[in-house]
Design a protein around this ligand. Sequence first.
Ligand SMILES: [Zn+2]
Length: 487
Amino acid sequence: MNCKRFVLILAGAPALVLAIHVPVAAQGIPQPEPVAQTAASQLGNVSAVAKEAEGWLAELIKINTSNPPGNEEAAAKYIAGVLEKEGVKLELLEVGPGRSALVARLRSAAVADPAKALLLVAHLDTVPVDKSHWTVDPFGGVIKDGYLYGRGAIDDKGMVAANLAVFVALKRSGARLNRDVIFLASTDEEPSAEASIKTLIAKYWDKFAAGYAINEGGNVFLKNGKVQYIGVQATEKVAANIAVIARGTSGHASQPTKDNPVVHLAAAIAKVGAYSPPVHFTSIVRRYFEGLAPLEDDEIGKWIRSMETSDRGEHAQRVVSEANPLWNSIMRDTIAPTVMNAGVANNVIPPEARANLNVRLLPGDTIDTVLSDLSKLINDPAVTLEVKPNAGLAAPPSSLESDFYNIICKVSTQEFGAPSLPFMSTWLTDSAQLRLHNVQAYGLVPFPLSQEDLRRMHGDDERILLSSFDKGVDVLAKIVAEFSVTH
Ligand SMILES: [Zn+2]
């Protein structure tokens, strides 16, 4: 069953949804168990492993892998200890001093078939912290009110621990696999950096080559305490940076001049700030909005449905863009001014002023188009624009027709009681590089997360609700079992 049909069923027939969720025994109709449960039941007591994995996650949080410098090897060695106790062979993959990924494999046959293999991937490094804004030690593994606090709790050590739990449950169960399952704890999530997945692929591809992958990138979105939908990431935007450089004549600040570069830069940035690049819908975003419309309240649902009508389309796009920054960002390229540098002293007009624009392109759009639109917009000979090196590469989207995608959607919808929608993340993940290597990679952090907890991800007091973590491990186990366990 594909995700879209699932959405329509759920949206159109609440009574049917109820019927699906009433236990079969209670209806008195003898029926075979759903396939997901049959496959998952071969994994034994997953909830006991999830409880153990809470401990692994706390220990991983205590190992500071803030990037820079990363220091992922320490976390990789901790995981090695967990896997060695289970009798799993593993390898550390070095990509720099103190920076190693870890790979381990459960075999389905004597000879590996990389095209069939499933990769469970998550990154070990985290963004840095400003401890002074935290109410707890970000590296303490503190548990409070049912939450585990710490840098990386969500991004992405939670997923490392969940992947590890599923992998260990598979190993302990001795379940027969129909494809290899590979666990990869990766280094450096920054795609252009030295220790990134690009380097891992270049040096060690044969160690984790796979046809399918599950990674971060999508989420289980909560609204008013209930799962509203599951966003399964199948593509992502592409990042680039543009330098804005204003040049003028330096001089004494006591005699201001018209060509002061600070003034020209400020005017250019103000224009960029007020500018909205044109809307266009990729097929995944179109399907996302189609699925989303019935889940929103009537008013916003109506505007979402009107976005491509000829008479009200433009107005509808504006209403929807303003209702949610995520929606705005998935229907257009975005340009965010992020850094400004100008001036050497309070009493000197500087010769140059610079800013950085962080650009996120829809897959398929080119930075050259943005560049030419911006130079027309700024329209100032004193200002030049330069694309910075290391712009991202667009990857083809993962298929919305693959068996793995259908299983992710089907199991998630059953387990969370909400529709699964194809999702494009505005943020970057390792999946882009995997997709460039023909991997059908999907993003789903399987823990139900509130908007508030999602916001803490790169911010202060990052945390995960332990009951969400346990549920996520359970759902991930069911997904992996249904796809990989012979049943
Ligand atoms: Zn991440």
